[in-house]
Design a protein around this ligand. Structure first.
Ligand SMILES: Nc1ncnc2c1ncn2[C@@H]1O[C@H](COP(=O)(O)OS(=O)(=O)O)[C@@H](OP(=O)(O)O)[C@H]1O
Length: 477
C-alpha cells in the first residue's frame, strides 16, 4: 500500500470491521497480514486451526449445513441440542478434510498459495455473493445486489425445499444456496459514508504482522457499531463497505490495502461488510490473510432483521410483493421460503458454523443489535474489551434523539458535531400479519437455539415473539 498523499503514519495494527449478520449482520474483526509498510509484505498463511475443544461433538456428528442438506432436514436431531446443556457445543468436530489444499492460487492473496480449498458445498453453492459480479469499487450507498440465480427479491431461484428445521410444526423449505446479505434494494447507508446494502459485517486489518481486527456483522446495527467504534482514538475505519472478501476478492490484496485507512502505531483499522458473514468463502479468505483477526458479528432478532431487510428493499423497489408473500413458499402450509435472502440471512447458526471451521469462538464477538439501540454504551464497552481497547467510548458519547428515535453520537470523532445515522437507518417497518410473525418465530426458534448453544449467549429473542422487535422509539420513552 502506498502512503502517497496520506499522513505519515506507520502501519501498525489494523482491524477490519464488517456486520446483517445480520446477518445483518450484523460484524467481524481480523488480523491482517505480515509485511511492512507501505508495500504489501509477504503474506503468512496459516494452517487450519486446531479444533477448538469446545467445539467437540456432542449429540450429533453432522454439521448444520450437512443436516440442512440431508433429506430429513434438522427435524429429529434438533432436540439433542438442548439449551443449557452445552453452551458452546456445536456438536461438530472440524473435519480435517474441510479445509483442504487448494489447487489454485487464491486471487486475493497472490503471494502465497492458498492452503485451503473448500469442498463443494451444495448447501451454499458458490457462496452468498459472487465475486465476479461485484463492481470495481467498494459499494458506497448501495445495498445488496441480487445474488446470481436469485430473483429481484433476493430469493434463490433453484433451491430444493427441505423439511422444516426443528420441531416447528409447519413444513419449512431450506434452500440449497446462500444468498447475499441484505436483500436487494436495501437502503443505502447514510452519513457519513454511504453504505451498501448487503449483510452486515466488518473487517479490520493489521498490515504489520501482528493482529488486526475485522468485524462482520450479520444483523441490524452494523453501521451504528462502526460509527460508534470510530469514535475511539485507537480505531481507524473505512466508511464504505469494501466487500473485499466476497465480491472484490479477485482484485487482490493490494487493492484492499489501498482502500484501508492508514494507522498509527497502536491503532486498529476496521471495516464493515455485512455480507461477509453469509459468504461461504469469507472465513477461509480472511483466515488465509490473518488467522488472528478478530471478528465482530451484530445479530438481531432474525424476524425483525428480515422485516428490516424487506423494508429497505421496499424503499427502493416499492413494487415488490408483500413481505407475507415473499416469506412463504406456501403460506397456507406454513412453508417458509428459506431461499429468500431476507429469511436465510437470519439463520445465524448456519453461517456461524462456517466461520467456526476456521476461527475459534474466542475470536468472534457478538453484538446484540437490540442492546446496541437500548444501551449503546454498554455494548460498545464489550466491543472495546474484545478488541483490547481502553473503554473510551462511553455514555458520554451517546444521547437519545427523540426525533430520530435512536441513540445518536454526541461526538463521532474529535471535533465533529453530534449526529445521527441517516434516514435509511431506523425506518418504520411495515405492519406484518401477526400469524406470519408467529410462524417465522417458530421457524427460527431451533436455529436460534443452536446459535445460543454455539455462542453461549442469550439474545432474548424468545421474548419478542409477539411481534416485530420494538425499536428504541418504543423502548426509550
Ligand atoms: N443508533 C442507531 N441509529 C439508527 N439505527 C440504528 C441505530 N442502532 C441500531 N440501529 C439499527 O440498525 C439497523 C440497520 O442495520 P445496519 O446498519 O447493519 O444495516 S445494513 O446491513 O448495513 O444495511 C436499523 O434497522 P431498521 O430500524 O430496520 O432501519 C436500526 O434499527
Amino acid at each position: 500500500m502506498t502512503g502517497g498523499g496520506r499522513h505519515p503514519a506507520r502501519w501498525s495494527r489494523g482491524a477490519l470491521l464488517a456486520v446483517s449478520l445480520s446477518l445483518s449482520l450484523t460484524y467481524l474483526c481480523y488480523n491482517l497480514i505480515t509485511g511492512s509498510p507501505p508495500g504489501p509484505g509477504p503474506l503468512r498463511l496459516h494452517p487450519p486451526p486446531r479444533p477448538d475443544p469446545r467445539l467437540q461433538p456432542r449429540a450429533h456428528t453432522l454439521t448444520l449445513q450437512e443436516r440442512l442438506r440431508a433429506p430429513q432436514g434438522l427435524g429429529p436431531r434438533t432436540e439433542t441440542l438442548s439449551p443449557g446443556r452445552d453452551v458452546t457445543g456445536r456438536g461438530e468436530t472440524p473435519k480435517p478434510g474441510r479445509v483442504t489444499p487448494s489447487s489454485s492460487p487464491d486471487p486475493g492473496i497472490r503471494e502465497t498459495p492458498t492452503p485451503g480449498k473448500d469442498p463443494p458445498n451444495p448447501s451454499l453453492g458458490t457462496g452468498g455473493l459472487n465475486p465476479g459480479t461485484g463492481s470495481s469499487s467498494p459499494d458506497p450507498g448501495s445495498r445488496e445486489t441480487p445474488h446470481p440465480g436469485g430473483d429481484i427479491t433476493g430469493r434463490e431461484t433453484s433451491s430444493p425445499g427441505l423439511r422444516p428445521p426443528g420441531p416447528g410444526p409447519g413444513p419449512t423449505a431450506v434452500p440449497a444456496t446462500a444468498q447475499g446479505t441484505r436483500s436487494p434494494g436495501a437502503a443505502e447507508d447514510c452519513e457519513p459514508s454511504p453504505e451498501p446494502v448487503t449483510g452486515r459485517s466488518w473487517v479490520s486489518r493489521e498490515p504489520e504482522a501482528s493482529s488486526a481486527a475485522a468485524a462482520a456483522a450479520a444483523a441490524g446495527g452494523t453501521r451504528a457499531l462502526l460509527e460508534a467504534i470510530r469514535a475511539h482514538p485507537a480505531v481507524r475505519a473505512v466508511g464504505v463497505e469494501p466487500h473485499f472478501f466476497d465480491r472484490n476478492y479477485e482484485k487482490g490484496l493490494e487493492w484492499y490495502r489501498e482502500l484501508m485507512p492508514r494507522t498509527w502505531d497502536g491503532q486498529i483499522t476496521m471495516e464493515k461488510t455485512p455480507s461477509y458473514f453469509v459468504t461461504r468463502e469469507a472465513p477461509r479468505r480472511i483466515f488465509s490473510m490473518a488467522k488472528e483477526t478478530k471478528l465482530i458479528v451484530v445479530v438481531r432478532n432474525p424476524v425483525t432483521r428480515a422485516i428490516s431487510d424487506y423494508t429497505q428493499t421496499l424503499a427502493k423497489k416499492p413494487d415488490i410483493p408483500t413481505f407475507e408473500v415473499l416469506a412463504f413458499k406456501n403460506r397456507s402450509l406454513g412453508l417458509v421460503d428459506a431461499s429468500w435472502s431476507a429469511i436465510r440471512i437470519g439463520i445465524y447458526a448456519l453461517h456461524l458454523e462456517n466461520w467456526l471451521q476456521f476461527f475459534p469462538l474466542s475470536q468472534i464477538h457478538f453484538v446484540s443489535g437490540e442492546r446496541l439501540i437500548i444501551d449503546p454504551a454498554g455494548e460498545m464497552g464489550k466491543v472495546q474489551d474484545f478488541l483490547g481497547l481502553q473503554r473510551l467510548v462511553s455514555d458520554k458519547h451517546f444521547y437519545f434523539n427523540k426525533t430520530k428515535g435512536f441513540p445518536c453520537l454526541r461526538k463521532a470523532e474529535e471535533g465533529s458535531p453530534p449526529r445521527c445515522l441517516g434516514k435509511s437507518k431506523g425506518r418504520t417497518h411495515p405492519s406484518i400479519d401477526t400469524d406470519v410473525i408467529h410462524r417465522l418465530h417458530k421457524f427460527y426458534r431451533p436455529f436460534n437455539l443452536m446459535f445460543h448453544q454455539m455462542t453461549g449467549e442469550d439474545f432474548d429473542w424468545e421474548q419478542d415473539e409477539e411481534g416485530d422487535t420494538p425499536s428504541a422509539r418504543d423502548v426509550v420513552k
